[in-house]
Design a protein around this ligand. Structure first.
Ligand code: SAM
Ligand code: SF4
Length: 498
């Protein structure tokens, strides 16, 4: 009986979610900004671009200017290995110009795996009856956060919700407050989550307006596939998620509702990877055109196997490792200011290959089973897909240090109002990098003292020395002030930032 009542109320709830005016108002002449035929023709018809044209496009990207669709299509059409080598090199340089050698880390926190949708590729789809459904209580959320913030040492989370009345706006508000409320003693200072980003299904404008007040950083929604016929095929008709445009215009609504940092993404493996790259670029350009702010982050998850999910076992559009590198390179060039996220869906070797090509953020110590952090086990029967990299944050930080990267735990930008328009201008001009460098050093110092193993500390210290020396040379006017903060952190003070 309860199950029937729950099914009915889920149905009613579903009926009330979509507000047609809140997507139709953005259409131009009744059309959305993804023209499938046009994109298809651009990626199929583009003849080999000549080398001079490719170099012109590379130069534009290196000046941190967004590429248009023709330019992106030209890069996607390059076959010449030498030109690809130049594009890879340019991608690495752009990453360096905008984000230096910093990599931001975070962890996903799945709070509820109940979902009304039935996406064919997802382990959490409602018809997958091998999944044990669970929605964490506030006490359970605090317990998960204690592990993440107090034991592992994360400062940033991406909190993930299925789409279901059990994880409605009220639940999101309470759960985010619960996460921010946790403060746990660490070796010298304390552990605390300082930035909560969320990945949650498209919401109506009235609900989105509530999110900044509770401290939501980036709001992330992936379009999955920009190709409409594929979208229809993998999101069964009648489900909430089957409405392509409701999802496509989520970020327009979010920016209008006052959320300044939005994250877009496509799930690679559903359709031709070139089309999805074009879709992501079209989305970024449209946000810039319509709202003056591009995406804060771009994600490019690759489809992974999931329990009892045959759809993922024989994918026509599976993306090879070689092509996946091209995805990252072209995105880095086309949307040069955006953060780019590579996740634990990729194995350690692949992450090492992708990071230098322009990625700026990565997760670590991830567990995507609901309630998974407390029992420290991976649970295939509670999670959306299987992870390819289950290394700890400590191991990842050490690995990044070996590659010359400093792990940044900085969350200052968002708390100082460096978001939205402001951050885009700062990133384009290279000015944001200066704040970030100082804050990356301060937060790395904190983390080494509070959470690092001896081996990771040993790997991190020389890197810190080198970074401090760079500040002395490149930012002499800020150096003294910066060193005062650094010393205070060494004495045990926490959360100082520029
Ligand atoms: N229910 C929310 C939604 O659909 O927007 C939350 C999203 S889900 C928990 C986070 C993302 O995981 C999805 O948007 C999708 O891109 C990705 N995902 C789903 N199934 C996957 C799989 N089998 N392998 C890799 N990524 C997957
Ligand atoms: Fe639900 Fe999101 Fe999974 Fe689709 S991808 S079944 S909406 S959790």
């Amino acid at each position: 009986m309860t199950a029937i009542v729950e099914k009915q109320s889920a149905h009613e709830w579903r009926e009330r979610r979509i507000v047609p005016e809140q997507m139709e108002k953005y259409l131009q002449n009744g059309r959305d900004f993804i023209d499938d035929e046009l994109i298809d023709s651009k990626i199929r018809m583009t003849a080999q671009p000549d080398a001079a044209r490719v170099r012109e496009i590379i130069a534009k990207a290196k000046a941190i200017q967004s590429l248009d669709l023709d330019e992106t299509a030209a890069l996607l059409a390059v076959k010449d290995p030498e030109l690809w080598a130049e594009m890879r090199q340019a991608a690495a340089e752009i990453k360096h110009t905008v984000y230096d050698n910093r990599i931001v880390t975070f962890a996903p926190l799945y709070l509820s795996n109940a979902c009304v949708n039935n996406c064919l590729y997802c382990g959490l789809r409602c018809e997958n009856d091998v999944v044990e459904r669970r929605t964490l209580t506030m006490d359970e959320i605090r317990a998960e956060t204690e592990v993440l913030a107090g034991k592992i040492g994360h400062k940033r989370l991406i909190v993930v919700y299925g789409e279901h009345p059990r994880s409605d706006l009220k639940y999101m508000q309470e759960s985010i407050r619960a996460v921010y409320g946790v403060k746990v003693p660490a070796r010298r200072g304390h552990g605390q989550i300082r930035r909560v980003n969320i990945n949650a299904a498209p919401m109506p404008t009235e609900e989105l307006r509530e999110l900044p007040a509770i401290g939501v950083g980036t709001y992330q929604v992936f379009q999955e596939t920009y190709h409409k016929a594929t979208y229809r095929a993998v999101h069964p008709a009648g489900t909430l998620k089957s409405d392509y445009r409701w999802r496509l215009y989520t970020m327009h609504r979010a920016l209008e509702a006052g959320i300044e940092d939005v994250g877009i993404g496509a799930l690679f493996g559903l359709y031709d990877w070139r089309f999805e790259v074009m879709g992501l670029v079209a989305h970024a350009l449209e946000l810039e055109r319509a709202l003056g702010i591009g995406p804060h982050t771009v994600s490019f998850p690759r489809l992974e196997p999931a329990a009892n999910t045959p759809f993922n076992e024989s994918l026509r559009w599976q993306v090879s490792d070689e092509d996946f590198e091209k995805v990252v390179v072209v995105l880095r060039l086309a949307v040069p200011y955006a953060g780019m996220i590579v996740t634990c869906r990729e194995n350690p070797g692949m992450r090492r290959r992708l990071l230098p090509l322009g990625c700026t953020q990565t997760d670590a110590s991830s567990n995507i089973g609901v309630g998974g952090y407390q029992d420290e086990e991976q649970h295939g029967d509670r999670q959306q897909f299987l992870l390819a990299d289950t290394r700890t944050l400590d191991e990842v930080v050490r690995d990044l240090a070996a590659m010359g990267n400093i792990t940044s735990f900085c969350t200052a930008g968002y708390r100082c109002g460096r978001t939205g328009h402001c951050i885009m201008d700062l990133l384009r001009s290279g000015a944001e990098g200066k704040f970030c460098k100082l804050n990356a050093i301060l937060t790395f110092r904190e983390w080494l003292d509070d959470f690092a193993s001896d081996a990771t500390r040993a790997a991190g210290e020389p890197l810190l020395k080198k970074e401090i020396e760079e500040v002395r040379q490149k930012m002499p006017r800020a150096f003294d002030e910066f060193m005062k903060s650094y010393e205070r952190i060494c004495q045990g003070e926490r959360d100082l930032y520029f």
